[in-house]
Write a protein that binds this ligand. Sequence first.
Ligand code: PMT
Length: 403
Amino acid sequence: MAAIFQGKKILLGVTGGIAAYKAVEVLRLMVTAGAQVQVVMTAGACQFVTPLTFQALSGEPVRTELFGPSAEPLEHISLGQAVDAIVIAPATANCLGKMAAGIADDLLSTIILAATRPILVCPAMNVKMYENPVVQENVAKLRQRGFQVLEPSAGEMACGAYGSGRLPEPADIVAAAAWLLTPQDLAGQRLLVSAGPTYEDLDPVRFLTNRSTGKMGYAVAAMARRRGAEVTLVSGPTALSTPWGVSRHLVRTALEMQGVLQDLFPQCDVLIMSAAVSDYRPAGLAAQKIKRSEAEMLVKLTHNPDIVAGLGARRQHHQVLVGFAAETQDLLAHAAAKLQRKGLDLIVANDVTAPDAGFAVDTNRVTILDRQGGVEVLPLLSKDEVADRLLDRVVTLLAERRG
Ligand code: PMT
C-alpha cells in the first residue's frame, strides 16, 4: 500500500453517522500508507467524533465551516481540486441525497459540487433506510454520474438491526481508494490466482502441510484487483481475509484445489499459481484417530497431480500461465526446469532459505524467468511490490498476445 499513497493527497469527508468512529481508522491507515489527508467534517459528524481526533492523526487542521472566522476564503472550491481523490466515509442518507440533488449547504457538500477529482462514496446507515427506494435512486444517480459507490457490508448494526448498511472495513475502504488512484492496465482481464498451503489429511485430527501463509498469493490477488482485473482467488487454509473486490474459493486439499481450478481455468486470461501445493498425500485416510503403539509407524504417501502442468496442457492460445518455484538449492536451475516441464510463460524463483524471503514474511526476494531465457533479478521488496513487478510482466505478455 505504501507506494500507491506516497505523495498523494486525499480529502476524507466524514458525515454524521455512528460509523464516523471507523473513519478514524481509515485516516490512520491512509496516513500510515504515506498519504497526506485533509479531513472535512459535517456538523453531524462532529457530534460523534471530535475534530481533534482527526487532527491529531492527520497532522492537519480539520475543516468544518463554510462560513465564519475559521473558514479559509475559496477553500470550498479549491479543496476538491487540490487533492488526488475524495473519500466520503461514512456517507449518510442525507449526504447521498444532497450529492444526488446538487445541494450545497455546508462545506463538504459544496466541495463535492465543485470537485474535479475521483470520488469514492461509502454509504452507512440503518438497513431500512438504505433499502428505501429514494436512497437507492440516489445511489444509482451517483453511480451514473461517475461516483464510485462502495456497497455497504451486511451484518449487525449499531442500532441492533441486521442487514446491509454497515460501513465496510477500513482496510477495504483504503484498498478501494488505492484502486481509484491506480492506472487500470489490467481492466477487462480475468485473473485466477492460487495461494496458501494445502492440508493432506492422515486421520481426523492430523494432516501434512507446509509453511505457506498465503501472503504472497493474496498480495498478487489484491494488486491485480487494484490494477483493474477481475480476480478469483483459490486459497488453501489461511488466516488472511479476502482482499477487497476479489472473489475467493476456499479449499483444503490439493485434489480440491485442482477441482476448483479446473472449473475456473477455461474462463481466465491469466493463471498465477503461487500456492504451495503438496506433491504427496497419505495413501489412505484413517477413519479414526491413529493410536500410539509400540511399533514404528510408516506412512505411505501417494502422488498428488501436478495441477499447473495439467492446466497448461489444456491452455488456450491467449492464456498466460505463471508459476512460482520454492527452492532451497540450485534456485535458477530448478526453476528453469519447472518453467519448461510445466509449460509456463513465467516462473518466479523463490529462495525460501533466506529469513526475509519466502514463507510467512511480508518481504520477498525473487527472480523472474521467462521462456526466452530472460532472467530478471528483483531486489528485496515487499510482497505487494513483488506482485506489482510480476504483474508488469503479465501486462507485457498480454499486450504481446494481442498484438
Ligand atoms: O504463502 P507465503 O507464506 O507468502 O509464502 C509464499 C510462497 C513461498 C509459498 C510462494 O512464494 C511460492 O514460492 N509458492 C510456490 C510454492 C511451490 O509449491 O513451489 P513448487 O516449486 O513446489 O511448485 C512449482 C509450481 O507448481 C508452483 O506454481 C506450484 O503452485 C505448482 N504445483 C506444485 C505442486 C503440485 N502438485 N501442483 C502444482 O500445480
